[in-house]
Design a protein around this ligand. Structure first.
Ligand SMILES: Cc1cc2nc3c(=O)[nH]c(=O)nc-3n(C[C@H](O)[C@H](O)[C@H](O)COP(=O)(O)OP(=O)(O)OC[C@H]3O[C@@H](n4cnc5c(N)ncnc54)[C@H](O)[C@@H]3O)c2cc1C
Length: 313
């Protein structure tokens, strides 16, 4: 397991997830990077990530004749997963230039696919606290295709003190060119409702902290300019699925509600939703095919996993 030091616990966990995905699913890309780094005939057959800190990433390059410890210093100190992604993209870019004939790797293919996803600029039309820790933000001016289901976006919102970084024509690729103290904050959010003919979308944003996008949402003003990168959707159950079990916390509620609403009425859904306490429920109208059960975090003995394990489906 890669040793990660020098970051907060939550950033460390996020980076670990990101790196584990890269190691498990994109080893071909790591080998491309490693072979460029060795500046000799390609010999690396496997790459392990050894450690990560704000200044560097250290690889173990494994070949037929042994292992080489290889340190890659970052071009600037990193503080979060976005910075790490930017550094990784730079390494891929460098490796590709060093080896233009190598086949396109899996991560490069994913990056190319994502580069085709457009960014849309929209403005806040209304905000409404719909539950104790959930604010509904309505955006207008969104003219984008509708994916349906658990359609989601990468939402970029202005930092306090830098309200004008997102303007008409803004694109996600500009994010990394903006200095840290002005760079829009960003996170993934699910469409709760779309009114495409009016260019409107409702998002449900869980107010878990007073920083980041959640912090912005708590005090968002009508007319704030934001950007949405997307849309995409992921829920794709195997054909013939006869019963849908959805297990969420507040952040997954918009997706669960959208998935349940999109299913025909004869498709049973069991929806287990964990929230803070009674009285914190977001306003979900469960149809007759939806068996909605709330689990309250603050209640002694309540447990999402135990609730799921005890289900008889
Ligand atoms: C595909 C997808 C769709 C999503 N849809 C929604 C949605 O519709 N609505 C929604 O509210 N969220 C949604 N999320 C989750 C949301 O992207 C994350 O909660 C994100 O971290 C919020 O960003 P932030 O800038 O507010 O906080 P960050 O800057 O990421 O984090 C700030 C602090 O808040 C903590 N934190 C982050 N999320 C939570 C949490 N859920 N509970 C407690 N502490 C937390 C972090 O650990 C950190 O300490 C979705 C995520 C994905 C991947």
């Amino acid at each position: 397991m890669v040793a990660i030091t020098g970051f907060t616990d939550s950033t460390t966990a996020e980076m670990r997830d990101f790196l584990e995905d890269v190691v498990s699913n994109h080893s071909d890309t790591l080998i491309l990077i490693a072979n460029a780094a060795t500046r000799s005939r390609p010999w690396v057959i496997e790459v392990e990530l050894h450690n990560l800190d704000p200044e560097r990433l250290v690889f173990n390059l494994i070949g037929a004749h042994g292992t080489l410890h290889h340190e890659v210093p970052f071009s600037k100190r990193i503080s979060g997963t976005t910075d790490l992604q930017i550094q990784l993209f730079k390494l891929i870019d460098h490796a590709r230039k060093a080896n233009p004939e190598a086949p396109v790797t899996s991560l490069e293919a994913k990056i190319q696919e994502r580069a085709a996803i457009p960014t849309h600029v929209a403005t806040v039309a209304a905000t409404c606290l719909i539950a104790k820790t959930t604010v509904q933000v309505t955006l207008t001016g969104l003219h984008a295709p509708v994916c349906g289901g658990d359609e989601f976006w990468y939402l970029m919102v202005p930092q306090p003190g830098a309200p004008d970084e997102i303007r008409h024509g803004f694109a996600i690729s500009q994010l990394e060119t903006i200095p840290d103290n002005r760079r829009p904050m960003a996170a993934y959010y699910t469409t709760r409702r779309r009114r495409p003919e009016d260019g409107e979308i409702d998002l449900w944003i869980h107010l878990h902290h007073d920083t980041g996008v959640a912090g912005w949402a708590a005090t968002a003003q009508i007319g704030d300019t934001v950007a949405l990168w997307g849309p995409r959707a992921t829920y794709n159950p195997p054909e013939g699925t006869s019963h849908h079990l959805l297990v969420v916390d507040e952040t997954g509620m918009p997706a669960a509600a959208a998935i349940a609403e999109a299913l025909p009425p004869d498709h049973p859904v069991t929806l287990i939703a964990e929230i803070e306490a009674p009285g914190y429920e977001p306003p979900v109208n469960a149809e007759s095919n939806v068996d909605l059960r709330w689990v309250y975090r603050s209640q002694r003995g309540a447990s999402l996993s135990k609730t799921v394990a005890a289900l008889e489906l």
